[in-house]
Design a binder for this molecule. Structure first.
Ligand code: FAD
Length: 441
C-alpha cells in the first residue's frame, strides 16, 4: 500500500515505529507487523509507516543480470523461517503466479534473481502497511519523548514515532582514487549505466574485482556480442569458489546470531575470517567453471576476447571523450599493459551506509566501540543518554550480529525479534514503568 492510499496518515499521528528504507529487510518487517496485527486477541495493533527513497520497490535492479541466480535457498524468503504458513512465502508466490509445478520440476533451491525480484515486488504490492515511496528520510530528531523523522521528496513532511527502524542497506564502495563518471562505474548500477554509456567505440570493457558480481558482469559483457572484449582484473591469482557447503552455511542460521553476539571480540573476528569466503571475494563454482571453459575455448580457436588477469590491478585510468585508457599492472612481473576501453566496471564491494546521513545530529549520541555503533541483541543502537525510544537497525551489524547481517538469510527471524522488542517495550509502557528510553545505564 502506498502512503496515498493509507488511512489516518497525516504526519502528526504517533506511530509505534517509522521504518526508514523499504528493501527486503523492512519489507519482511512490514509483513511481520501485518501478521501480528491479524492474530486473534491483539487489541492494540502495532502502527507503523515506511519511507523509501526509490519511486517504487526495487531490489538491486542494476544487477538483475539475466540468468544470475540467488545465493541462498528460496526457503530463506521473507517469512518462511518465522511463519511457514504465511501468505507471503515464495511457494505462495509461485502458486499465485501459476508456476508451482513448473518450479518443482526445475529441481532447484536457487531461483534466478529476476524471479526473486518479482517475488519481492509481489510481496511489496500485497503489504497493507503504508509506504511512502519517492521519499527520503534526512534526519531523526528526539523531540518531547518521541522521534520526528524529517522527510524530503514526493511525500515530504514529518513523521512521528516512538521507535525508528533503519534499514538503509549498504553503500557502493569505489577504490579511493576513482572518480565515478559515465565510463567509470560501480557494478551496483551496472545494467542502467551500460544503457547510458555515451558511446562504444572500442567494444572493450574492464571489470575490476574477484567476487560474484565481478564474475557475473564479466560473463554478461562477454555474452553481449561476438565482438566484445572483456578484461577481468583482480589481485587474486584466480577466482576462488564461494563456500556454500552445509556446515559452513550454519554461520547464517538464526542460532548463529546468538553465538556470534555472545562471543568475545576476538572470537567474532576469527569467525568472520574463517567464513569470509561464504560471502566475500568468492564466486559460485559453476560460474568459475563456465568462465574457464569460455577462456579455454578461445585459446583453442586462437581468437581471444576474454582475458582474466589475476595478480593484477589498475595503476591508472585516464578518461577522454571516447573512452578510458587503463594501465594494468601485473604484480609478479611488474609489466604494465595499456588498454583503450569503453568503460571500467568496479565490482569492489560495499560499505555500511553512513548512519549520519539518516540520523543527523542524533548520531552524536550513539555509543561507538572501535568506530562501530554498539548494538543490543534486539538490534537497538545504544545511546549515551536517554532518548525518546528505540533506534533499531537492520543490516550493518556484521560486527555485532555476524555474517548474516547484510544478507537475506535471517530477515524473517530478525523481523520477528525486532517486532517483539518494539511490542514488548510498548506494552511495558502501557503497564506503567518508563521504559520508552534506552541508555547505557
Ligand atoms: C547484486 C546483489 C545480489 C545480492 N544477492 C544476494 C543473495 O542472493 N542472497 C543474500 O542473502 N543477499 C544478497 N545480497 C545482499 C543484499 O544486501 C540483500 O539481498 C538485501 O538487499 C538486504 O536488504 P535491505 O533491505 O537490508 O537493504 P537494501 O536492499 O539495500 O534496501 C535498503 C533500501 O533503503 C533505501 N534507503 C536508503 N536510505 C534511505 C533513506 N534515507 N530514506 C529512504 N529510503 C532509504 C534504499 O533506497 C533501499 O531501497 C545481494 C546484494 C547485491 C548488491
Amino acid at each position: 500500500m502506498t502512503a496515498d492510499t493509507a488511512s489516518g496518515v497525516d504526519g502528526h499521528q504517533m506511530l509505534d515505529f517509522v521504518g526508514i528504507g523499504f528493501g527486503p529487510s523492512n519489507l519482511a518487517l512490514a509483513i511481520a507487523v501485518m501478521e501480528h496485527n491479524a492474530e486473534p486477541g491483539v487489541t492494540r495493533p502495532v502502527t507503523a509507516e515506511f519511507v523509501e527513497c526509490k519511486p517504487e520497490f526495487g531490489w538491486h535492479t542494476g544487477m538483475l543480470i539475466p540468468g544470475a541466480t540467488m545465493q541462498i535457498s528460496f526457503l530463506k524468503d521473507l517469512v518462511t523461517q518465522r511463519n511457514p504458513q504465511s501468505e507471503f512465502t515464495f511457494l505462495q508466490y509461485l502458486t499465485e503466479r501459476g508456476r508451482l509445478t513448473e518450479f518443482i520440476n526445475f529441481k532447484t533451491f536457487f531461483p534466478t534473481r529476476l524471479e526473486f525480484h518479482d517475488y519481492l515486488v509481489w510481496a511489496a504490492d500485497k503489504v497493507t502497511v503504508p509506504v511512502r515511496y519517492g521519499t527520503r528520510a534526512v534526519s531523526v530528531r528526539d523531540v518531547d519523548g518521541a522521534f520526528e523523522i524529517e522527510l524530503t521528496g514526493e511525500h515530504a513532511g514529518v513523521l512521528r514515532g516512538r521507535n525508528v527502524v533503519i534499514a538503509g542497506g549498504l553503500t557502493p564502495h569505489l577504490p579511493p582514487d576513482v572518480s565515478p563518471s559515465a565510463r567509470q562505474v560501480h557494478n551496483h548500477g551496472f545494467l542502467h549505466d551500460l544503457e547510458r554509456l555515451p558511446s562504444r567505440e572500442h567494444n572493450r570493457f574492464v571489470v575490476v574485482g574477484a567476487g560474484q558480481s565481478a564474475a557475473e558482469v564479466a560473463a554478461y559483457l562477454h555474452d553481449m556480442s561476438e565482438a566484445t572484449e572483456v578484461h577481468g582484473v583482480f589481485a587474486k591469482y584466480g577466482y576462488s569458489p564461494a563456500d556454500d557447503s552445509p556446515f559452513a552455511n550454519r554461520v547464517f542460521d538464526p542460532d548463529a546470531v546468538d553465538d556470534f553476539y555472545s562471543a568475545a571480540p576476538g572470537v567474532r573476528r576469527q569467525l568472520i575470517d574463517y567464513h569470509r569466503s561464504t560471502n566475500y571475494s568468492a564466486v559460485d563454482l559453476p560460474l568459475i567453471e563456465d568462465l574457464y571453459a569460455r577462456e579455454y575455448a578461445e585459446r583453442v580457436a586462437g581468437r581471444r576476447r576474454l582475458f582474466l588477469r589475476g595478480a593484477s590491478s589498475i595503476l591508472k585510468a585516464d578518461e577522454s571523450d571516447g573512452g578510458v585508457r587503463v594501465h594494468i599492472l601485473h604484480h609478479p612481473t611488474g609489466d604494465i599493459d595499456e588498454l583503450d576501453c569503453d568503460a571500467v566496471i568496479y565490482a569492489t564491494g560495499f560499505l555500511p551506509a553512513p548512519l549520519t546521513d539518516i540520523l543527523g545530529e542524533l548520531h552524536g549520541d550513539l555509543v561507538l566501540e572501535a568506530g562501530m555503533p554498539v548494538v543490543s541483541r534486539d538490534y537497538r543502537l545504544t545511546t549515551s543518554r536517554d532518548i525518546a525510544g528505540g533506534l533499531y537497525i537492520q543490516g550493518n551489524t556484521e560486527h555485532s550480529h555476524g555474517l548474516t547481517s547484510s544478507l537475506l538469510s535471517n530477515i524473517a527471524v530478525r523481523s520477528a525479534e525486532i517486532l517483539q522488542s518494539i511490542d514488548a517495550r510498548r506494552l511495558d509502557c502501557v503497564a506503567g514503568p518508563a521504559v520508552g528510553t534506552q541508555s547505557l545505564s
